[in-house]
Design a protein around this ligand. Sequence first.
Ligand code: DP6
Length: 349
Amino acid sequence: MTGTVKHTHWSKWRCPSNIALVKYWGKRDFQKPMNPSLSFVLQNAFTETSVELHKDGDQKVEFYFEGAASSFGERIEKYLNHVSAWLPWVNKYHFRIHSSNSFPHSAGIASSASSFGALALCLTELDFAISGKEPNCPEFWQKASELARMGSGSACRSVYGGFVLWGQTQLFKSCSDEHAMPLSEGVHQVFYGLCDAILMVDSGTKEVSSSVGHRLMDEHFYQRSRIAQAHENINELYLALLTGDLEKFIAVVENEALSLHAMMMTSNPSFLLLKPNSLELISRIRRFREMTQIPVCFTIDAGPNIHLLYFQENEPDVKAFIERELLVFCENRMWIDDGIGNGPEKLMN
Ligand code: DP6
């Protein structure tokens, strides 16, 4: 009976989700990105995961999502088999994992980034404890990012706070395809007040899974130009972040969101994930920007929901605009009030 066995090691983390401004789309080798990406970590959308290690048990992995046994355990078992090449102790234990999200399942927020981020942080902490290493060092976060990447690419960007870069670029020598790195210095103050209103157009399950989506880039007619575009957009966005250039920021962010969807629309098979209400929201956001000169813009993941990005100082005007003009295009007037966050947090109970 696993229920009565005392655990030998335990770890618990809260890890936020993140939203990409320059999009990761397309993979090479094992979970390495075809192009670099740049994201920021959210504050309110997070996963909390605890991992208990036991010496005995009926199953290799018992996984509970919000208290109930869940089939996601099978994906985790595969993942653990894979990462045991880096963490040999994984083979010696049985795992009991409890996980929950701060956002409803139906919210349409991709939870793989926060779930694999939280799990990878637990595994890293356990690894450091088992091998007697000091946890609070750059190597700790790098390992957590690398382990997260193996579960879900975008998850490697969730283990840091603020703005995060993943993938080789000409910007920094230390940029890697293996793990992400935080942009800890030099980002203009204005961007620390970045807010994200997630406007829920459709909370249904994704029409195209991200693994299928990424594969569409393997033979894509525009593959080379998309890779070149992402590099150029990373350079431009980084410059905008350093200088506080809001106009450039807005231009790059919207270009990236629409390029991601352009890639999906022109792949074989082709996917059209934007809904009429997504387009309505996009044009209203642009019109609001033109009319008021308030710096707002949108980004979009591989789905129909629209992330409206704005800055703290404009919060009252933008919230009134959302209420007045945008909620009517959202499913059940649903939206999530979020913004840039400080990154993961170790939990004690
Ligand atoms: C459109 O990280 O979900 O959100 O590595 O297969 O788990 P896997 O893919 P995933 O892809 C995210 C794609 C994206 C853009 C991004 O987050 O950069």
